[in-house]
Write a protein that binds this ligand. Structure first.
Ligand code: SF4
Length: 280
């Protein structure tokens, strides 16, 4: 971190409220799985929805808000008698810094990505970055202090995200180093159908247990097991990106979490159902 940035942080009217802007993959078992394929992921976690007082998820549904990944893993561990935890407080602090002190946030982001790149290369891994870990912001449009986007500033780094923004997911003009996967909710079935019909990918959360297999096919499209790693930019095209419900999503009943035993899904072991997927 350079001296000017240190001085800017020292001048804030309150402490940053977090130690790291980007969470390295060692803290997240699923991200860590990417190392086996030669990648090191770093992820930015904001406080999702409007938990910080700023809404960072324009197209969120009631179901995804209630079942957000924010409550998976360490983020969901709250001690008896308490209402929050340090992980949640750090996510709120990052979000507030983004909205209230953008120049400092931008410098910290550049610094954190540079550090992630250096560390990854040292370990013989390819650095990749997911900025919407628990948010849905248009990073391909937001300008850093140099007047360029983060993708333009780091052209050799691959960025990837999930989004519920239907237009953004369908954009053909995204930066070459930015990969987006559209994400299903209980309110966007038309967009899901349109994006799959046009050859895109859609992430679907299934009420499937941690050790059970996902359906083979959903609505006629091949399902891949996206819990094997987080490297969505390596996925084949025109597939359903299958995820198992985690955190509060387990037992969620709004329709955000899909029933793997519904007629729209089928299993390789079920001889009663036609398990042939569309050709991609
Ligand atoms: S699931 Fe995504 S869009 Fe929904 S609240 Fe969480 S981060 Fe926001």
């Amino acid at each position: 971190m350079n001296t000017a940035l240190r001085a800017a942080i020292a001048g804030l009217d309150r402490p940053l409220g977090f130690r790291e802007l980007l969470t390295p993959d060692g803290y997240n078992p699923k991200l860590k799985k990417g190392r086996a394929r030669g990648y090191a992921s770093a992820i930015l976690h904001f406080a999702p929805a409007d938990l910080s007082g700023y809404d960072v998820c324009q197209y969120r549904s009631a179901g995804c808000t209630a079942a957000c990944l924010n409550t998976a893993g360490h983020g969901g561990i709250i001690r008896k008698g308490q209402t929050t935890n340090p992980v949640q407080l750090a996510r709120i602090a990052r979000t507030v810094l983004f909205f209230e002190h953008r120049a400092i946030f931008n410098d910290l982001l550049v610094d954190a990505i540079e550090q992630h790149v250096r560390r990854s290369i040292k370990r013989g891994l390819t650095p990749v970055v997911r900025l919407n870990g628990t948010s849905d912001l248009p990073w391909h449009m937001l300008k850093l202090n140099n007047g360029r986007t983060v993708m333009d500033t780091f052209p050799t780094v691959t960025f990837y995200d999930y989004t519920k923004h239907p237009q953004r997911a369908a954009l053909r003009t995204l930066p070459a180093n930015y990969s987006l996967t559209f994400s299903r909710s209980e309110t966007n079935d038309d967009d899901v159908r349109r994006i799959l019909a046009r050859g895109g990918n859609v992430a679907v959360v299934f009420a499937t247990g941690r050790t059970r297999p996902l359906p083979l096919v959903w609505h006629g499209y091949r399902v891949i097991d996206a819990d094997r790693d987080d490297l969505r930019f390596l996925d084949p095209r025109n597939v359903v990106v299958g995820l198992r419900a985690k955190g509060k999503a387990r037992g969620e009943a709004s329709g955000f979490v899909e029933d793997p035993d519904a007629d729209t899904a089928c299993w390789p072991i079920d001889p009663e159902r036609d398990c042939v997927a569309h050709a991609a």
